[in-house]
Design a protein around this ligand. Structure first.
Ligand code: FES
Length: 117
């Protein structure tokens, strides 16, 4: 399905909240930070941890598994894992850094919509 999909009431998502849900048949992570709404893939691009269990500070989302950090505004990688030493060397080859996929959003009439491809 293409086009904007209705995701939630604006009032359903408190500032600083992360919520994993299904929108138009797709698993999506919804977030609200600084009064803005964001939508991303719900799984970490490193090893698929559930990002709804992570933490949000401003627009920086931290993965609960290896602490990679992504900026919700465009999905760019702020930090790629907190691994170190030999494990990091191996991991960089096996799982090169990748951004978090983000989706455009809009609010209208107290509702929050996501543009899905
Ligand atoms: S699964 Fe997210 S940082 Fe490893």
């Amino acid at each position: 399905m293409t086009g904007y999909c209705e995701a939630a009431n604006v009032s359903d998502l408190a500032d600083g909240a992360l919520f994993r849900g299904t929108v138009c048949g797709r698993e999506i992570l919804l977030a609200r930070a600084g009064g803005q709404f964001y939508a991303t893939d719900p799984l970490c691009p490193h090893l698929q941890a559930d990002l709804s269990l992570g933490s949000l500070h401003g627009t920086i989302l931290t993965c609960p598994l290896h602490n990679s950090q992504f900026d919700l505004r465009d999905g760019h990688v702020v930090r790629w894992t907190d691994l170190s030493g030999t494990v990091l060397t191996y991991d960089k080859k096996a799982h090169p850094s990748r951004p978090l996929r983000c989706y455009p959003v809009k609010t209208e009439g107290g509702r929050f919509y996501i543009l899905l491809p």
